[in-house]
Design a protein around this ligand. Structure first.
Ligand SMILES: NC(=O)C1=CN([C@@H]2O[C@H](COP(=O)(O)OP(=O)(O)OC[C@H]3O[C@@H](n4cnc5c(N)ncnc54)[C@H](OP(=O)(O)O)[C@@H]3O)[C@@H](O)[C@H]2O)C=CC1
Ligand SMILES: O=C(O)C1=N[C@H](C(=O)O)C[C@H](O)C1
Length: 278
């Protein structure tokens, strides 16, 4: 089988590096030696293992992309960049008919969905690519759709802890809050408690030192108004390896859709990917 060319956007960022290294280890894929990055980047190239990747600033990408696509036909993009880049990057991929997996959170999510729905190629968009968390999301969505209002009047507390540099409120937490809202709980995403202080993470939460710079710990606490019932859901991810398998499943999902020309629908979620892989 020919290798699928993968362009990882977001190098030299944390997740993009993990993904690029994993692409190099996976015989299904070949790493496109270019990466969309930010305007402030100083170095023009980064090394990923033995591969030199050229970084393309927003001001440089238009000039290079046609040559890249000629050299790597069928290229699929994987975007792990920055909330401020989500919408422009999606528009860039769509303009150049590049299917993509958008792992980056934040940005204008309604605009992102509109961009993909009007595109000629499909995309997978998900705030979390860890398959077990996607499964939890699917369970909660089922519950919310099947038993709307089940938790009417209950209260919710959401705490999410991530590495200090995380720019935005967790997209995963926002997605689960939407399910809790449908279940009847009045809660606004602005009330999500963001924990970014390494001291609190170490001493209060117990995040291991090795994961302080890369972890995603979420706890959702639901209580009955009279205090007679309490429910708690926690999902803690340490490091970034847990996102690789789901990301690559999303790439293979898009490849199958494209090869079978079966994509009237353009916008897909990780629940679509998980369901297809049952
Ligand atoms: N869906 C999922 O499963 C997961 C999603 N995420 C999300 O992925 C994103 C990246 O996380 P993380 O790697 O930790 O973040 P980092 O800050 O480590 O990396 C972000 C990278 O994006 C680059 N960047 C900034 N602006 C642009 C732009 N306009 N175009 C292209 N690249 C740009 C940055 O470059 P510069 O240094 O120049 O700013 C940086 O290298 C976040 O939104 C995070 O929430 C993270 C983990 C899992
Ligand atoms: O920035 C991260 O690290 C993560 N971001 C995603 C989010 O915002 O939900 C997924 C996970 O929490 C890790």
């Amino acid at each position: 089988m020919n290798c699928i060319p993968i362009m990882i956007s977001g190098l030299p960022g944390n997740v993009a590096r993990v993904m690029a290294e994993a692409v190099l280890q996976d015989e299904r894929f070949t790493l496109v030696p270019f990466s969309l990055t930010g305007e402030e980047i100083s170095d023009g190239q980064v090394a990923v293992d033995q591969t030199t990747v050229t970084l393309l600033k927003p001001s440089e990408r238009e000039r290079k992309i046609n040559e890249i696509l000629e050299s790597y036909p069928g290229c699929i993009c994987v975007d792990y960049t920055h909330p401020t880049a989500v919408n422009d990057n999606a528009k860039f991929y769509v303009a150049h008919k590049m299917p993509f997996v958008m792992g980056t959170t934040g940005g204008d999510r309604q605009d992102l969905e509109r961009t993909v729905k009007n595109a000629s190629m499909p995309a997978v968009i998900a705030p979390n690519m860890a398959k077990q968390i996607v499964g939890l999301q699917a369970m909660l969505e089922y519950g919310a759709n099947t038993f709307p209002g089940l938790f009417n009047g209950f209260t919710l507390q959401v705490k999410e802890s991530h590495q200090q540099g995380k720019a935005d409120t967790s997209g995963t937490a926002k997605a689960l809050v939407a399910c809790f809202n449908q279940l009847g709980i009045d809660f606004d995403i602005s009330s999500i408690e963001k924990i970014r202080d390494p001291k609190i993470q170490r001493e209060n939460l117990g995040v291991e030192a090795q994961y302080i710079k890369g972890h995603a710990w979420h706890t959702y606490t639901i209580q009955a108004p009279d205090g007679s019932a309490l429910f708690e859901l926690t999902h803690n991810i340490n490091g970034r390896q847990n996102y690789v398998s789901g990301t690559f499943d999303a790439v293979m999902f898009l490849k199958t859709k494209i090869d079978t020309n079966a994509f009237e629908q353009k916008l897909f979620t990780m629940i679509d990917v998980l369901t297809a892989g049952k």
